[in-house]
Ligand binder design. Structure first.
Ligand code: MN
Length: 234
């Protein structure tokens, strides 16, 4: 995993030395900004095969997500007031945020979640939710099948690039879709799961057939992770 500048300082022993030295050294160390880092995938690049292919995962994570992280860190240099905040906290109110932070911060938050709400089919991925999340889905969408249809429909109707989400919103579940890398967090909603429908998420394997990708994606949804998010959202 890439280390932040501060972690690198500590790893090199410099941070620890600076803390033990004069106030001036401490001030210097404190000036070093924390940076956002690209999270490691919780599985191998080919783990989601055949539903999501290895090369798509490699490019999606190592190139696309990395670019959001790098560009977010660049944009943060002009926003010292946001230093030290989590990306979720930063995205909660976008009214005064620079567009580069909305775009790249959203890209970072959305993808960080996307990797963990998926798992290998049959090894944590696919099937149906259990417990409280299953009950809530049945209550708010009538059935799991109707819920799947509604989320798939939102994913299909997103014009251009964006996402479709299952969110918790004021004690209820809802399905929403966002353009570009906009996050539901900015509307006060808590994402439970979300599907990336940018072409970069599926074009190598599925070309223009977004519907086939959306259908296949259900085989890799990690319902245990979703259930955990749901319980925290309540
Ligand atoms: Mn993406």
């Amino acid at each position: 995993m890439t280390m932040s500048r501060r972690q690198l300082l500590y790893a090199s022993g410099f941070g620890a030395a600076a803390l033990a030295l004069s106030p001036l050294s401490r001030a210097f160390a404190a000036d070093k900004k924390d940076e956002f880092t690209l999270p490691k995938l919780p599985y191998e690049f080919d783990a989601l095969e055949p539903h999501i292919d290895k090369m798509t995962m490699e490019i999606h994570h190592d190139k696309h997500h990395k670019a959001y992280v790098d560009n977010l860190n660049k944009a943060m240099a002009d926003a010292p007031e946001l230093q030290g905040k989590s990306i979720e906290d930063i995205l909660r109110d976008t009214a005064k945020l620079p567009q580069a932070i909305i775009n790249n911060g959203g890209g970072h938050a959305n993808h960080s979640m996307f990797w963990v709400i998926m798992a290998a089919a049959g090894k944590g991925g696919g099937g149906e939710p259990k417990g409280d999340l299953a009950k809530a889905i049945n209550k708010d969408f009538e059935s799991f099948t109707k819920f799947q249809e509604k989320l798939s429909d939102a994913a299909m109707k997103r014009f251009g690039s964006g996402w479709a989400w299952l969110v918790a919103d004021k004690g209820k579940l809802d399905i929403v879709s966002t353009a570009n890398q906009d996050s539901p967090i900015s509307k006060g909603q808590t994402p439970i799961i979300g599907i990336d429908v940018w072409e970069h998420a599926y074009y190598l394997k599925y070309q223009n057939k977004r519907a086939d990708y959306v259908k296949a994606w259900w085989n890799v949804v990690n319902w245990d992770d979703a259930a955990e998010r749901f319980s925290k959202a309540k």
